[in-house]
Ligand binder design. Structure first.
Ligand SMILES: Nc1ncnc2c1ncn2[C@@H]1O[C@H](COP(=O)(O)OP(=O)(O)O)[C@@H](O)[C@H]1O
Ligand SMILES: [Mg+2]
Length: 265
């Protein structure tokens, strides 16, 4: 059965995109059928997944999620899947570009627009075990669409000062969406990213998050360490496991994936 997971946090720079990139790689390598949707107009995920073709001067133009959203808004029939789903290794993905920001403005004026992404992804469920949606740093119409399409939401947190401030707005929004639009959405849990457990600040924030959400929401036991290698891997368009399989961050993403899907070993 397919599970659609939206990765969200209205803060930028908390490892949403990096976590989608690495989780999708680990799940796909473990044999799961994975689709990734880049749903942030900044399109960092697309940049890390698209392989540059050295033989082409002009990059190929593909159908993006922004195009699909516009078609869905206009009630047009969507093109065949092979026109908008691309492959990178074992990962399938729907690319994106900056035009998604135009879609975001249009969504504000469109009635009943919260479930447009849902309408695009529902027919794809039968082809995948996991669909991961990367979102933009806001609680605007795009994130609402992504949450309305999801079975669960994974929240990434960077344990800096102020990390937990804003989390309440996010959980409030999710609960509102659960009551009004998408009753099946659940909290997948909180993933602590860019952790530096040597520092007291990080230890304190991690303890604070665990304390605040104990009983209410899962805080994953695995946290992702801060490592310059993660940034380097991102820059090369690689997951950390391809870039440096035995790095602490690589092992952490593997452990996190196991915890998420609930198998040991
Ligand atoms: N574990 C990590 N250690 C060090 N740098 C990281 C780590 N995770 C992400 N980064 C870097 O931090 C920046 C923000 O990460 P990103 O995944 O783009 O966050 P978001 O999608 O939430 O805005 C990027 O430059 C990325 O390379
Ligand atoms: Mg991002």
């Amino acid at each position: 059965m397919c599970k659609i997971i939206t990765v969200a946090n209205q803060k930028g720079g908390v490892s949403k995109t990096t976590s989608v990139r690495n989780l999708s790689y680990t799940l796909a390598e473990s044999g799961y059928r994975v689709l990734v949707v880049d749903y942030d107009p900044q399109s960092n995920l697309t940049a890390s997944l698209v392989l540059e073709d050295e033989n082409e001067d002009v990059p190929k133009i593909h159908t993006t999620i922004a195009n699909l959203m516009t078609m869905a808004m206009d009630e047009e029939e969507l093109p065949p899947k092979n026109e908008y789903i691309q492959q990178r290794g074992k990962i399938d993905f729907i690319p994106n570009d900056i035009h998604l920001s135009v879609v975001e403005s249009n969504l504000r004026m469109e009635m009943g627009s919260e479930k447009l992404l849902f309408s695009i992804l529902e027919p794809l469920r039968r082809d995948y075990d996991y669909i991961l949606i990367d979102t933009n740093p806001s609680l605007g119409p795009l994130t609402i669409n992504a949450l309305s399409a999801a079975d669960s939401v994974l929240i990434t947190i960077n344990p800096e000062f102020y990390a937990t401030i804003g989390l309440q707005d996010l959980t409030k929004t999710i609960l509102k969406i659960k009551r009004r639009i998408n009753p099946k959405i659940e909290f997948e849990g909180i993933l602590l990213t860019m952790c530096d457990m040597q520092t007291n600040l990080h230890k304190e924030v991690c303890a604070e998050v665990n304390e605040a959400y104990r009983g209410g929401m899962r805080v994953f036991k695995t946290s992702i360490p801060r490592s310059i290698r993660v940034g380097e891997a991102n820059r090369c368009g690689l997951s950390i496991l391809e870039f440096e399989p035995r790095s602490k961050a690589g092992i952490a993403y593997m452990e996190f994936a196991k915890e998420l899907i609930g198998f040991a070993g």
